[in-house]
Design a protein around this ligand. Structure first.
Ligand SMILES: [Zn+2]
Length: 389
C-alpha cells in the first residue's frame, strides 16, 4: 500500500488546525475548503444553520447527474477542555507512526484525504459524480445533516450512495443503533416537609417514572435479539441526569430528568415512549392531581438520530465491499448520519480510517497505516467513477 502523500498529511494538518468544537462556528474551516475547491475550479454550496453561524458544504466533481457517491464527514469535534492533552490538540503532532490531534480519528482525516485527491478526480473525467458533504454539529446530535439532505433532495440530482467516513478501521459497517432523547419535567407542589400530604413531591414522582423506565429497560434486556451483532444485543434505555428539589425540609416542587433510548434498527423507540406516556397519564398524573390539580408531567423530545438498518446488497454496501475487498459487514454501537441518509432513501454505509476507541479521548490519534488505507480506498473509488471514461 502506498504511504500517505504529503498533500494528504498537509490537508489533515490544515483541517485539524481549525478549532471546530461543536459549540463554536465551523465557518473558517468551511471557507478554507471552499477556497481550496475553488482553486480547482469546483463550486461549493453552503447550507447554513438556522442562525447562520455554521454551515454544511456540498460540492460535486464530475457530471451533474444522479447516482453519485457522497463522501460524508462532520467538521465538528468534541471538546478538549479538562482533558490531559500532552500537546496542542489543534496542531497535528507526528510520532511513532501516528498523527495526534483532535479530530485526527473522528473524523477530519477521511475528508482531508479525499480533498487531497481532488487533482486525481480531475485528472480524468468522472463518469459518475463524487460529492463532498461536510456537516456541522454531528457530535451534538447530527443536527446539521438533515438540512443538507433536504437541500440536496430538493435542488440537486439524487445521489446513489453515501460513505460516512467515521472511524471503522476501514471495515464496512452497515448497521448502528439510533438515539432518541427526552427531557421529562415533573411539576409538583411545595409544602413543609412535615406536611407531606399537602404537597406533591416532584422528586418522588420522578422516581416512579424512572423506575418505570428501568422496568422497560429490563424487559428489553430479557429479550435480546438472537444472533445479534450489537453489544448489548437489545435496545437500551438510560436516565443520564436528574435535578430536583430545593431543601430537605421542603416537599419538592420541581424535578426534571434527561433520558435516552438507544434502539436497535427495527425497534421503534416510539413504542417505549408510548408506554411511558400511558403510565404517566393513567397512574402517575391522576394521583398527583388528586392532591393538587395544577401539578403534572411533561416530556419534551430532544435529539433524534435514526438507526442505520442493514440493507444487504444496497448500492452503498456493494460499493464499499468492492472497494475494501471485505466480504462481511459489521455493526457498531455509536450513531452516525448514515441513518438520516437512509431514511431519506439514499443507501449509506459507514467506512473510514482510524479507531473509534481513540475518538473523544485526550491525545486522540490515527495511525499512518490507516491514512494510507483510506487513501487507497479513495483512489479505488476514483478509478471506479472514471471506469467508463
Ligand atoms: Zn464522528
Amino acid at each position: 500500500m502506498a504511504p500517505p502523500t504529503r498533500s494528504a498529511l498537509d490537508m489533515i494538518r490544515a483541517l485539524v488546525g481549525f478549532d471546530t468544537v461543536s459549540s463554536k462556528s465551523n465557518l473558517a474551516l468551511i471557507d478554507f475548503v471552499r477556497d481550496y475547491l475553488a482553486g480547482h475550479g469546483i463550486d461549493s454550496r453552503y447550507i447554513r444553520s438556522e442562525d447562520g453561524t455554521k454551515a454544511n458544504l456540498w460540492a460535486t466533481i464530475g457530471p451533474d447527474e444522479p447516482g453519485g457517491v457522497v463522501l460524508s464527514g462532520h467538521t465538528d469535534v468534541v471538546p478538549v477542555a479538562g482533558q490531559p492533552w500532552e500537546s496542542d490538540p489543534f496542531e497535528v503532532v507526528e510520532n511513532d507512526g501516528r498523527l495526534y490531534g483532535r479530530g485526527t480519528a473522528d473524523m477530519k482525516s477521511f475528508i482531508a484525504i479525499a480533498l487531497s485527491l481532488v487533482p486525481d478526480m480531475l485528472a480524468r473525467p468522472l463518469t459518475r459524480p463524487i460529492h463532498f458533504a461536510l456537516t456541522h454539529d454531528e457530535e451534538v446530535g447530527c443536527l446539521g445533516a438533515p438540512r443538507l439532505i433536504a437541500d440536496v433532495l430538493a435542488n440537486l440530482p439524487r445521489p446513489g450512495a453515501v460513505i460516512i467516513g467515521e472511524p471503522t478501521q476501514m471495515r464496512v459497517v452497515d448497521a448502528h443503533k439510533g438515539i432518541t432523547a427526552y427531557t421529562t419535567i415533573v411539576t409538583g407542589h411545595e409544602a413543609h416537609s412535615s406536611l407531606t400530604h399537602r404537597g406533591v413531591n416532584a422528586v418522588m414522582q420522578a422516581a416512579r417514572l424512572i423506575a418505570h423506565l428501568g422496568d422497560q429497560a429490563a424487559q428489553k434486556a430479557a429479550q435480546p435479539e438472537l444472533n445479534s451483532r450489537f453489544d448489548p444485543p437489545y435496545t437500551t434505555i438510560h436516565v443520564g441526569t436528574v435535578e430536583g428539589g430545593t431543601a430537605l425540609n421542603i416537599v419538592a416542587r420541581n424535578c426534571a430528568f434527561k433520558w435516552e433510548i438507544r434502539a436497535l434498527p427495527g425497534d421503534d423507540p416510539q413504542d417505549i415512549l408510548a408506554r411511558f406516556e400511558a403510565f404517566c397519564r393513567d397512574e402517575v398524573v391522576p394521583a398527583m392531581q388528586r392532591v393538587v390539580p395544577e401539578t403534572g408531567v411533561e416530556t419534551r423530545p430532544g435529539v433524534i438520530v435514526p438507526a442505520l438498518a442493514p440493507e444487504p446488497d444496497s448500492a452503498a454496501e456493494k460499493l464499499a465491499r468492492d472497494l475494501t475487498g471485505a466480504n462481511a459487514t459489521d455493526a457498531v454501537s455509536y450513531a452516525t448520519e448514515g441513518g438520516q441518509y437512509q431514511r431519506a432513501g439514499i443507501p449509506a454505509i459507514v467506512c473510514g480510517p482510524g479507531n473509534i476507541e481513540q475518538a473523544h479521548q485526550p491525545n486522540e490519534w490515527i495511525a499512518l497505516e490507516q491514512i494510507a488505507a483510506s487513501q487507497s480506498f479513495t483512489r479505488r473509488l476514483i478509478a471506479k467513477c472514471q471506469a467508463d471514461a
